[in-house]
Design a protein around this ligand. Sequence first.
Ligand code: MEV
Length: 321
Amino acid sequence: MAEARAPGKAILFGEHAVVYGHPAVAVAIEAGVNVAVSNNKEWAVEGRPLDSVRHPHLKSIISRMRRGSGPFSFQISSTLFSAAGQGSSAALSVAAHLALRSHIGESSNLIDAARSAHLAEAYAQSGRASPTDTATSALGGCVVVSSSLPPMAKHVFGSELETSEGLRTWDVGTIELPIDSDPPYLVLGFTGNPSKTGKMVAMVADLISSNSERKSDLDSIGEITAVGLVALASAEWEAVGMAMDACHDRLEALNLSTPFLEKLISSVRPYSLGSKLTGAGGGGCMMALTRDPERVAQMIELHGARAMISSFYNEGAQILI
Ligand code: MEV
């Protein structure tokens, strides 16, 4: 048997715009997904035959294994909210890749895991996915993804994907925070309404093809992200929060917010440095950057959502056994 763990993620700025090559910045959160792999008579998930419609990510990860490997059984346990913008499918894919490779004794590393998981996300999202969620889950810490990385990011690997809008290329890098930066906390609020990333990404693609003005919202997100990144690299947390707020306004203009997300976001603003929807939108999660995580979590729960507090900097994926 082998087991691996991969964390979820929270996007500070740049979701959706990153699909078009603009920069995005994401951090690994404390919660994550564990995947255990063991020998079995047939491919199975949680004791039931693997259904590739229900588990497109696993199907894609398995397709890149050495021919003749398996069949194996997967046991999955997660502390993430599912279909909530926390990168649960990316974490599942990264952990499944690492656990499978470890089980068959094939060497692999975090970059291979991130690449394989990105292909799994693209397969499940009808061909449109950036490497943001998968790279953050694999590498941990703070990750920047962009068609060209800013100078403060340390380049880790390059990534490309053939999409219906042509070939997309990204560079993936990491950002180190100053040692004494004393980061605030992240608090995520789950609306309880699951959201499908593929559907939301397709909705944005339709919106910008039918209304070219909306494309300027994606360009603005790119500009806000660049400013937020400078603030982040110098640990200017007030400015990071302001960039998060500004990013949310553009996401709302792209019809990605909902009345419930708006209610949660405005309720935590007095206790936060910044707050926004995070991930695909249309439901899922909002997040706040705050020095008062208990108060923010309380506000989120008072409004009927589920809160999760996370420290800011967390490790990436690891093989456990
Ligand atoms: C989803 O967590 C982030 C999106 O930008 C999609 C992607 O990057 O693939 C909405």
